[in-house]
Design a protein around this ligand. Structure first.
Ligand SMILES: Cc1cc2nc3c(=O)[nH]c(=O)nc-3n(C[C@H](O)[C@H](O)[C@H](O)COP(=O)(O)O)c2cc1C
Length: 207
């Protein structure tokens, strides 16, 4: 690290034109989450504080900054779906993030089709090339280092069913780049697209 590196402590401000945090921890995969409230109203929203956390069983999670409709629905029903956000669905994914009343169905808002799921009673996005059906495992309210509660909710779920478009499977191997997944960068509008040209291989030591 050069001696003139920009240094800051987030609690005291970053001192830059824009907070660099999201741009540094990026690009992030997108948790495009569908859920349903107790009354049956569908919900769809993107979350880029998202990742996978376990292989067996597969567990994914996203963080809602504020107790948003997705979290409320998932707490009520114990289930949700994850949908792969791709370049072809970027506009629809973006449209689904609109801050609308809880009784607005973002599938309809974004012009997407709800497809019935097999295991959980929450639809996934029919147009998505991959979808996971998930059951809530933990809902964790985040805390500061000092133990103060933060209004951010980490929602973790076990993936109990997986749907993959056959077009993404070659000889039984899933082709990550084939779907052209999109990831979120920093700033108000930065995204990245996964392309096969950017891939490289590196095996673990001893592998
Ligand atoms: C690409 C993208 C990523 C987002 N990531 C997050 C996130 O990680 N956490 C969050 O709270 N909101 C995030 N948002 C904003 C939510 O999608 C937005 O607040 C949405 O209205 C929440 O919907 P809901 O209240 O129906 O759950 C993101 C928006 C976009 C477009």
């Amino acid at each position: 690290m050069p001696s003139n590196a920009h240094f800051y402590q987030p609690a005291q401000g970053h001192g830059l034109a824009h907070d660099p945090f999201n741009a540094i921890v990026g690009p992030r995969p997108i948790g495009w989450i569908s859920s349903r409230d107790r009354a049956g109203v569908l919900n769809l929203a993107p979350y880029s504080f998202f990742n996978a956390f376990n292989y067996v069983p597969p567990i994914i999670g996203f963080a809602s900054v504020g107790y948003k409709d997705s979290v409320r629905n998932i707490e009520q029903t114990g289930m949700f779906c994850w949908n792969l956000a791709t370049r072809a669905l970027a506009e629809q994914m973006n449209a689904s993030c609109a801050a609308v009343d809880p009784d607005v169905d973002e599938f309809r808002l974004a012009g997407l089709t709800p497809a019935e799921s097999q295991v959980v009673d929450v639809p996934h996005v029919a147009e998505a090339q991959v979808a996971f059906e998930c059951k809530l495992t933990q809902l964790i309210r985040l805390e500061t280092a000092g133990g103060d509660a933060v209004d951010t909710w980490l929602t973790l779920g076990e993936v109990v069913a997986v749907h993959i478009d056959q077009a993404l499977l070659v000889d039984g191997v899933y082709q990550t780049a084939a779907a052209k997944p999109i990831l979120r960068g920093g700033g108000p509008a930065d995204y990245f697209q996964i392309d096969a040209a950017n891939a490289f291989k590196m095996f673990r030591p001893g592998a």
